[in-house]
Design a protein. Structure first.
Lengths: 464, 464
């Protein structure tokens, strides 16, 4: 039975007032939403904020073996924020509802599958008589998407559930943030400050009382030698950190030399089901992911999975149903400390659930790694597809290796792609070959694998 | 063993930036914080934002049988918001910490007992080596107090836990609020709009598409006949509703003819323990409470308790420990729908846990009602005590009836008091006598019992 797939990447609930978002953000959001096409099967109905290029639709359905002619892609008229997001007003639009009713006429929808489980999706499901097809409907109808995507609420729930987190706090005002930063500085530790709903490291800054701290997973390091400097910094940056006073700000111990890892589970009525784990790379912001995480020590994997299950049990108890991705850092002493959760289809889900599990095949992680990189500059999507084929770099099921494009080009002309190879060295070699297809030898081709890749949790701020 | 009692009524986490709060709010907050004195036992250390009047300290300890000379009341130097709140900066103050260390020298603190379980309380407990004495410490250290006092998060958790709530939604922007209001209006229903952290009905407004809807539990009713009127209303009021864009706004079906009831539980490591239930009265904002709720139908009581336990189980799973008060409405068709929770010592806790259970005695609700009223205008606290005694209206353990003052006079010269009597009629008769002690016969003495009383959840906005 078909599904109703909703490509609502970063909607109004978590992105703030959609009327205030910058144009570049919105343009990217519309492209990011297309990644939901990876999940489309025959006869699914797909809602998107803007119509994808034919080349993208052909390519993705070609890779997944979905009969494109059976898909119905429905795009509502523009809303208060234009065509970048599937906002509540667009999903409520009368002419869209009529078009959707026509598309669903005689169709029994088995499952409502949103990218982000916004309240507007719950409202749509109610109006279509599909509440039962959206697990967690009641939770989502009352702001559940905020709950499972807020870094502030994450820290509350994780701490309460006994999941290890880096020292720090959740600050609703500058005074408390000043105290939280000072407490870390007094112990000789730097801090990372985080915007509540940003992703890929674009909403983070490292602050330190001493110079020489390299930012990883953050835009920059700011040196604040004394209390007056902390106060001046907060005065200047609070508006940005709190998104104009709208959200709490996370202050967290910054641990140099950590590895970023994650685990994704599906929370069903019966409880959490493991999906996949992987590693994230930042240079200094989100840049690559590798699934499964290469060379992860057994003890780190054990901690990652055991704690993610505790987190999932807590979310299960409050009524969340759906995918959950828990991010953590493996710190030099071997501890796994959790840094956020994401209750949505993340920028990793397509890579393991579809490209890994379906295109490569079940248990893909036993024989290959899927490494996704973010910055291949191409003339067009179609040209990229063509060159990959001509150069025999396109994914080949026979060898279980090669390259899969994952997203339409961003406004800066770069595409995301997965390099599938026996191991990380093989993926890095593929990356070198791919990224020189349209250029002369590039000076950065010597950068180690995994240090140039995607913003995993959505392209929210890639160019914003 | 003594406890460390912290009178932090509405702290910076839930009240917003303390530097921005109006003076009247702060003055009232300091008085409201004194109600924590009801919980003080011999040798307890009590932190308060400002030193209480001697008359108040004498009266409350006299009523509870606590040896006042063994109590240590510690007041930190003023903070960013002056002396109204026990804000994080005050609890971190160096000279306060020295004084507190001296007060605690040689003392083994059994329990840290905050009015509001703010992160600053968790920080204090950590610094004093008392983490284990504050159940729920980890949860509170990461913003748990926001979690258990937010009306927005309440709706998410309640819906997710299967607890019935009135139709409506949690709105982060005007567009979504407009849609949520319209959905109710389209069904011919009025709506109540709620600020996330206000209390006593002071943060609520009723909106209706037709005239004639009386506001109960809200400041006023606004008639919005069409979509343009909704838009104009939101444009004008959004800043107030969202506290300058800081919080989400709850839009909820407003059910005329409902009764307001509540249940309080204590969430322990092992799960929820029932404390008490009662009824709230509004005229049109918070005005009285009666414990236990008079004439509550058996089916309503069953629903109230069963659903509150579900709510408690969800909060237990995310790590909350401490008191929880769940507010609900009993609607005319007999359903109990939940409207908020409060994870703190509420304006009801002293009335049942101390005045009821300890002063009247265990199972007090089998033989008396405790009715608390809010607006007795008095020359001074001491004068009120004296007149109650002279007129033989003061509480008499022999008859288990009479009046107990509960709080120092507000800036408007009114005190809160509990009238304890065999039944509600008796309490109302006490009220009439009490409120005429300093006046000639008052024209409003004919108002039915229960329609003039206290803001139960703290005097936050009584005069703000």
């Amino acid at each position: 039975m078909p599904r109703l797939i909703i490509g609502n990447l970063f909607t109004d609930e978590t992105a703030g007032d959609p009327r205030l978002l910058p144009a570049a953000y919105l343009q990217n959001a519309a492209l990011g939403a297309q990644m939901v096409l990876w999940f489309a099967k025959d006869s699914d109905v797909v809602l998107l904020p803007a119509m994808p290029e034919d080349a993208v639709l052909d390519y993705i359905t070609g890779m997944t073996g979905t009969d494109r002619s059976t898909l119905r892609v429905v795009v509502p008229p523009p809303g208060v924020s234009g065509t970048g997001l599937l906002t509540a007003d667009r999903l409520a639009n009368k002419s869209f509802r009529d078009e959707l009713a026509a598309a669903l006429d005689g169709v029994t929808v088995e499952n409502v599958f949103p990218m982000t489980p916004d309240a507007s999706v719950a409202t749509l499901a109610t109006d279509l008589g599909l509440e039962a097809a959206l697990p967690g409907h009641a939770f989502f109808s009352q702001g559940g998407s905020v709950f499972v995507n807020s870094k502030a609420i994450f820290r509350t729930v994780a701490a309460g559930a006994g999941v290890p987190i880096p020292a720090g706090g959740v600050c609703t005002n500058q005074t408390d943030a000043h105290l939280a930063i000072s407490r870390l500085f007094d112990q000789g530790l730097p801090a990372m400050l985080k915007r509540d709903f940003s992703s890929g490291g674009f909403g983070n800054e490292v602050v330190s009382s001493v110079p020489g701290i390299e930012p990883v997973g953050a835009g920059r390091t700011v040196v604040l030698p004394d209390s007056a400097a902390i106060e001046a910094y907060l005065q200047e940056r609070w508006d940005w950190l709190s998104v104009g006073g709208r959200y709490a700000v996370v202050v967290e111990r910054y641990v140099q030399g950590s590895r970023a890892i994650f685990a994704e589970f599906q929370i069903t009525d019966r409880g959490p089901v493991f999906l996949e784990q992987g590693a994230l790379y930042f240079a200094p912001v989100a840049d690559a992911q590798v699934i499964p995480a290469p060379d992860l020590p057994r003890s780190a994997l054990t901690q990652l999975i055991a704690s993610t299950v505790r987190l999932c049990e807590a979310l299960h108890a409050v009524g969340y149903r759906g995918p959950i991705s828990a991010d953590a850092i493996l710190v030099p002493d071997g501890q796994v400390l959790f840094t956020e959760y994401n209750g949505r289809i993340t920028g990793s889900t397509h890579a393991h659930a579809v490209i890994g599990n379906e295109i490569v095949g079940p248990n893909f992680g036993e024989s290959v790694v899927v490494a996704e990189y973010i910055h291949w500059k191409v003339p067009s999507f179609q040209a990229a597809v063509q060159r990959l084929t001509e150069s025999s770099l396109a994914y080949d099921p026979a060898t279980k290796s090669g390259v899969v494009l994952t997203k339409a080009p961003s406004p800066d002309g770069t595409v995301r792609y997965c390099a599938i190879a026996e191991n990380l060295v093989g993926a890095a070699q593929l990356k070198d070959k791919v990224e020189s297809l349209f250029t002369e030898a590039r000076p950065d081709s010597a950068i180690p694998a995994g240090l140039s890749g995607p913003d995993r949790h959505g392209p929210q701020e890639e160019e914003a």
